[in-house]
Design a protein around this ligand. Structure first.
Ligand SMILES: [Zn+2]
Ligand SMILES: [Zn+2]
Ligand SMILES: [Zn+2]
Ligand SMILES: [Zn+2]
Length: 419
């Protein structure tokens, strides 16, 4: 079994996607020309031309250190392992624009680019508001022509670093529990453990928050008593010296109980599943039986009315059936397209907004499958979160800018487009 970060003593092995373009190896320059060819050609008919795809699967973390940022992990649920641990996203960018609650961490993908020194390390972070009513409103917002005006409940950030950087050794991690980062990261929110905790509790001067919302939540759900106790400890401390800003490190336990269950993600080439299933069902260590996933998928079939949707759904299902536990499909090769579950509510290449940083075009990079919700333990009621697929498009150039976390474009397809 391979992981996105294949264990290796001598090199960083992430998801080196340029290797997928075997045909291009002998060319001197791989220019992303003729992009027009890919415009508006996303009819369901051409879903047949298979581009190499990496599939992502979740499994429980094997070690306590599996999720540490110095290992450049692929994670789903829990809290992110920020690549640049200091210059985190801040301000409005961390909020669901619709309800203004801080968003929740969905997953992160370590996807470095071999041919770009400034993207020697490169991680994509996906967040969303867990409210289904926000996601339904998000559906209307994502069509807006001027994306800076769109109010989104789902956001993705791209962060990249050169091999020599202030936060990590330039040597590959050993993956034996001894790897250490260089220096500390910014203190995080005591409640969500996700975003920068730049607001200090005035009572204990220990708890930190990303937002007033999380401070209020924590206060109500336990910090009220805890804060009093902490204050007493500080006041009676012998030296009388108040340890101001008992900075909560990035390893501190998170107070919130509502984060999604934490997993690490591993990957497999989809082609590994091309052969008929032998008796070896253990390839991806399924956490749920295939039958459970299949039943969930089939029951959705009844929801579709249009024939185009049904046809697309059958195609989707057949492709996914090769490895039903896949939670992610990744392909940055130039012809790669998402595998759409339904025909309606897709975005075409010409509708994608250009990169906010460099103005260049964006390309498909990965999509998140609805199965992830299954592993997150989603409930099956009307109010609970549900999606058909979440598609992430990133700057084709993976451009650099002074901003450490650059927002890329997310497209969410729901089973029902109605609010
Ligand atoms: Zn929201
Ligand atoms: Zn928070
Ligand atoms: Zn406090
Ligand atoms: Zn760009």
């Amino acid at each position: 079994m391979r992981s996105f970060n294949r264990d290796s003593m001598d090199d960083f092995k992430g998801l080196r996607i340029t290797q997928l373009d075997d045909d291009d190896d002998d060319e001197t320059a791989v220019e992303p020309t003729n992009m027009d060819e890919f415009d508006d050609d996303d009819d369901e008919e051409d879903d047949e031309d298979y581009e190499p795809v990496m599939l992502g699967f979740v499994e429980s973390p094997k070690f306590t250190w599996s999720n540490l940022r110095q290992l450049f992990p692929n994670l789903a649920g829990g809290v992110p392992a920020w690549l640049d641990p200091v210059n985190l996203p801040s301000g409005k960018s961390i909020l669901c624009d619709l309800c203004e609650e801080p968003m929740q961490f969905v997953l992160q993908l370590y996807a470095p680019l071999t041919d770009k020194e400034s993207a020697f390390h490169r991680t994509l972070f996906l967040f969303m508001c867990p409210s289904m009513s926000c996601l339904l409103r998000d559906q209307h917002e994502q069509w807006k022509r001027a994306p800076e005006k769109a109010m989104r409940s789902t956001k993705v950030f791209r962060c990249q670093l050169p091999r020599v950087n202030p936060f990590y050794s330039s040597e590959a991690p050993k993956h034996d529990g001894t790897d250490k980062p260089v220096g500390d990261g910014a203190p995080l929110c005591t409640w969500c453990g996700t975003w920068k905790g730049d607001k200090l509790c005035s009572g204990c001067k220990g708890a930190r928050y990303c937002s007033q919302k999380h401070q209020a939540l924590h206060w109500r759900l336990g910090h009220k008593t805890e804060c009093q106790q902490l204050r007493t400890v500080i006041e009676t401390s012998e030296s009388g010296r108040v340890n101001n800003g008992v900075a909560l490190t990035q390893k501190q336990k998170v107070a919130s109980k509502s984060l999604w269950k934490e997993f690490v993600m591993i990957n497999e080439d989809e082609s590994e599943y091309d052969t008929e299933m032998s008796g070896d069902d253990e390839i991806a260590k399924p956490l749920v039986s295939k039958r459970e996933v299949d039943d969930q998928m089939k029951s959705l079939m009844n929801d579709f009315e249009g024939d185009a949707d049904k046809k697309t759904w059958v195609n989707f299902q057949q492709r996914v059936a090769k490895a039903p536990e896949q939670v992610l499909r990744y392909s940055r090769s130039s012809g790669a397209k998402p595998l759409w579950p339904i025909a309606s509510g897709r975005v075409s290449k010409s509708e994608l907004p250009n990169c906010k940083s460099c103005g260049g075009p964006r390309c498909f990079e990965f999509q998140v499958m609805p199965q992830l919700l299954f592993f997150f333990g989603g409930k099956n009621d009307r109010e609970s979160l549900d999606w058909a697929t979440i598609v992430v498009y990133t700057c084709e150039n993976s451009c650099d800018s002074s901003l450490s976390y650059k927002e890329e474009f997310v497209w969410v397809q729901l089973y029902s487009q109605t609010t």
